[in-house]
Design a protein around this ligand. Sequence first.
Ligand SMILES: [Zn+2]
Length: 120
Amino acid sequence: MQCSYEKSGKRCQAYAMKESTFCFTHNPETKAKHLQAVRRGGSAKYENGLIPTEPLDLTTPVTLLPLLADTINRVRKVDFDGSIDVKRANCIANLVAKMIEAQKLLKLEERVVNLEKILQ
Ligand SMILES: [Zn+2]
């Protein structure tokens, strides 16, 4: 039997539940369960689609380098013909630029530390 729920003159196309004239979505007795299912479905995509990674120490350029390298390696994937998506290529280019900046900063810091040692 078709669900008897109507909105703006259009009848719901779903099948009614056993011993009810409404479907699961429109049955007043299953309204709370329906809301729960919708909420679960919404958050399940986010939680099940992604795997959380270990938190990293992001306080200095030294600890940032492994993060950038790891991220580049995770993003760096090619199609079967060996081509790379423009978005991926741009993302990698941005990450590499940040990596070079961090490396420059580290070298500069190293030079300053060495100069300070000489001056003492
Ligand atoms: Zn319905």
